[in-house]
Design a protein around this ligand. Structure first.
Ligand SMILES: Nc1ncnc2c1ncn2[C@@H]1O[C@H](COP(=O)(O)OP(=O)(O)O)[C@@H](O)[C@H]1O
Ligand SMILES: [Mg+2]
Length: 316
């Protein structure tokens, strides 16, 4: 099957809010798809509709060729799910938890093998409430693999984890992809999406504002964000007097925030004509995070102008 997930014109309306507003995207089988967006964007709502846990208001959804809402039974045998804020009985131990999940699915999982896959072997007999946040998430990952799923849904699996624990989860996700599984990941960490995902969709206020591979999105919507010139403060003063751009100087380096690609050319031309000394220059392209912050910012400006009044939450 070419597409593991197909979403066409999906709508979910709650009494107060249109949480998902005509969203469409496709996830090719065997790839990692990151669904990115600030808090309240509609990620969990979309994810739970795909998992068959919430009904949709409108649109069409298929996971592995099945409608998650009307064909949940055959679907649930083939997908793995870790809900956002995964929790479990405080006293259960990871080995027992895996055996328990196995009975729910009518399978006989191998706890040692699953715990090894998520690097949790040494915690097999530790109580759940003694595990760190990262270890709990890893147990969640192990549990989501009990039924050998074709598609894994991970809703913010790394939120709140320290950098090392996040890297541990990334390794497991890379392993899932190597095994040919499809991974649907939600996150608000941009660099995580840039590192892990084949394709991303950025959702904000229930609408997709950009989608494609991280490189395509940056290519399409990013620009050379900064021009750096290794030069003295005299160069910074010279440029400030002639250009409206934001210009910083620190420790022998001038940094100019570019508004358009052409800015860099005009600035370098003026520098050459000035005869001032400089050592080297470089431009730095936008990252996915730069693009995201700008898109979300532009949308929120629009939203605020239309008198919503309340500033939406964005990730720190
Ligand atoms: N069960 C619900 N009832 C009413 N509103 C909800 C419900 N779940 C989520 N919402 C609202 O829908 C919007 C999207 O929420 P959610 O899908 O949880 O976003 P995210 O996962 O991106 O943070 C938010 O405005 C949220 O308050
Ligand atoms: Mg959520």
């Amino acid at each position: 099957m070419a597409e593991a997930i197909v979403v066409d014109d999906l709508v979910k309306t709650y009494p107060d809010v249109q949480a998902v507003d005509h969203v469409s995207f496709r996830v090719p089988a065997g790839t990692v798809f990151a669904f990115l967006g600030p808090n309240g964007a509609g990620k969990t709502t979309t994810t739970e509709i795909l998992e068959g846990l919430r009904a949709r208001t409108g649109g069409a959804v298929e996971v592995l060729g099945l409608d998650p809402w009307s064909e949940g039974r055959p679907l649930h045998r083939q997908i793995g799910v870790i809900p956002q804020d995964f929790r479990f009985f405080e006293k259960i131990r990871p080995r027992e938890a895996i055996e328990y999940y196995g009975t729910l699915f009518g399978t006989r999982p191998d706890p040692a093998a699953l715990l090894a896959r998520v690097q949790l072997t040494d915690k097999a007999e530790s109580r759940f409430d003694t595990l760190s946040g990262g270890q709990k998430q890893k147990l969640g990952l192990a549990l989501s693999l009990v039924n050998d799923p074709k598609v894994c849904f991970l809703d913010e699996p790394t939120t709140g984890l320290d950098p090392q624990a996040r890297r541990g989860i990334w390794e497991v996700i890379r392993g899932l992809r190597r095994e040919g599984r499809t991974v649907f990941l939600t996150t608000h960490y941009l660099e995580e999406a840039e590192i892990l995902a084949d394709r991303v969709a950025i959702i904000h206020h229930g609408r997709i504002v950009a989608d494609g591979s991280p490189a395509e999105i940056i290519q399409r919507l990013g620009g050379p964000a900064r021009l750096r010139i290794d030069a003295g403060e005299d160069v910074a003063s010279f440029l400030r007097a002639r250009f409206p751009n934001e210009i910083h100087w620190q420790a022998g380096r001038v940094e100019i925030v570019l508004q358009t690609r052409e800015d860099a050319i005009a600035i370098l031309d003026a520098l050459r004509a000035s005869g001032l000394a400089w050592v080297s220059f470089s431009t730095e392209r936008d990252t996915l995070e730069d693009v995201f912050v700008r898109l979300v910012g532009q949308m929120d400006d629009g939203v605020l102008k239309s008198a919503n009044g309340r500033a939406p939450e964005v990730p720190a």
